[in-house]
Design a protein around this ligand. Structure first.
Ligand SMILES: Cc1cc2nc3c(=O)[nH]c(=O)nc-3n(C[C@H](O)[C@H](O)[C@H](O)COP(=O)(O)O)c2cc1C
Length: 179
């Protein structure tokens, strides 16, 4: 089989984002793959904009990346005990594309946040939204990186062996899911 394509989606736009670091670790744990990084810097969903101009090119790009992916990993921070707006906005836009590109797509959701729960509430919300979109969500031990500012070394690697192992378990299961 040729290299699988893994789409990495960060719920944080920040360059120095811990969720982006976590996605890099997730991609490493997934193994040899074509890794594509999604860009969620999209216009705000607006029904008037959609009606006047159709689906924006940036959203079409995201939808085609989703369509072309064999598997998806989403890493999200938690904002005020909830899903970050950029991620919800992206899911809302993608749900407006004519083809249900997320349907049955093997997906793992992980999170990193400053607080003690590692973004558990946000992760739960992301999972809930993805259920509505009929994503094939892979269950498993939750990857919740708490106090994320203390958990990555200078190279961006996870320091804690337990976190590494759990992430590896999830990403190997994702790989197995695509055959
Ligand atoms: C608007 C805002 C709200 C936040 N709310 C929470 C929160 O509810 N729980 C939490 O653990 N951290 C919260 N944080 C801290 C983030 O977890 C922290 O900034 C994290 O590093 C963001 O992810 P990133 O590094 O991938 O950008 C919040 C940060 C911002 C900017």
């Amino acid at each position: 089989m040729s290299k699988p394509t893994l789409l990495a989606i960060s719920g944080s736009l920040r360059k120095g984002s811990f969720n982006r670091m976590l996605l890099k670790e997730a991609a490493r744990a997934f193994g040899d793959a074509e890794v594509v990084e999604a860009d969620l810097a999209l216009p705000l969903y607006d029904g008037d904009l959609e009606e006047a101009e159709g689906i924006p090119a940036s959203v079409q790009m995201l939808a085609s990346q989703i369509k072309g992916a064999d598997a998806i990993v989403i890493s999200s921070p938690e904002y005020n005990k909830g899903i970050p707006g950029v991620l919800k906005n992206a899911l809302d836009w993608v749900s407006r594309v004519s083809e249900p590109v997320l349907k049955n797509k093997p997906t793992v959701v992980i999170s990193a946040a400053a607080g003690r729960t590692g973004g558990e509430t946000a992760q739960f919300m992301v999972l809930s939204c993805l259920t509505q979109l009929q994503v094939r969500l892979l269950p498993g031990p939750a990857v919740l990186i708490a106090a994320a500012m203390n958990e990555f070394d200078e190279s961006g690697a996870l320091k804690n062996v337990r976190y590494k192992e759990t992430l590896s378990t999830r990403m190997q299961a994702l790989r197995a899911e695509i055959g």
